[in-house]
Design a protein around this ligand. Structure first.
Ligand code: ZN
Ligand code: ZN
Length: 175
């Protein structure tokens, strides 16, 4: 048995599904659970993410669809295919909440790219290790510098130039 959202997702009727993390949009109309850790997490600095999220970068944690179960608000999901500029669930597409506008996830052909800010981890500082970004992608389009030790790719991970890590500049007193 599958839920209404699609056969590739975990069913609401699957008793073996044990929620590991819960996510919801700002107004809590759209809610979903995952039963596993993400397979990877990345921060994307591409201009499309910057604009679509109204943010300098996008943090995404990647899940297999079979580990995702939508528990509420399927009828309140809005789909947008940016390539075709269509409000349609044509994969890959963006999913947002029709009520509050929160970006819910990027639905790929095989994977579910979750936005970890929607997850309830308890304290904000308690981000599980598996959700921590492993790299920056499209760092060539960055609007802010990030001073960390993670690999920084100009474009896609492993398929673009790897940019030099920023060396921390001296404080303002040195100017
Ligand atoms: Zn909402
Ligand atoms: Zn992006």
């Amino acid at each position: 048995m599958n839920n209404d959202f699609g056969p590739e997702y975990a069913s609401i009727h699957d008793a073996s599904f044990v929620p590991k993390y819960r996510a919801s949009c700002y107004c809590e109309t759209v809610r979903y659970d995952v039963c596993a850790d993400p397979v990877d997490a990345k921060i994307c600095h591409c201009p499309a993410c910057q604009r679509l999220h109204g943010a300098p970068m996008q943090w995404a944690a990647i899940f297999h669809k079979k580990h995702v179960r939508i528990t509420a608000g399927i009828d309140q999901m809005r789909f947008y295919n940016s390539e075709r500029n269509q409000h349609a669930r044509i994969l890959p597409c963006k999913i947002s909440c029709a009520r509050c506008g929160t970006p819910i996830a990027d639905e790929g052909r095989r994977m579910w790219l979750a936005f970890p800010s929607l997850f309830d981890f308890g304290k904000r500082s308690d981000i599980p290790e598996a959700f921590r970004p492993t790299c920056h992608i499209f760092y060539g389009s960055r609007v802010v510098e990030v001073c960390d030790d993670l690999p920084k790719w100009a474009g896609h991970k492993n398929h673009s130039q790897r940019l030099e890590a920023l060396t921390l500049k001296k404080g303002p007193t040195e100017l």
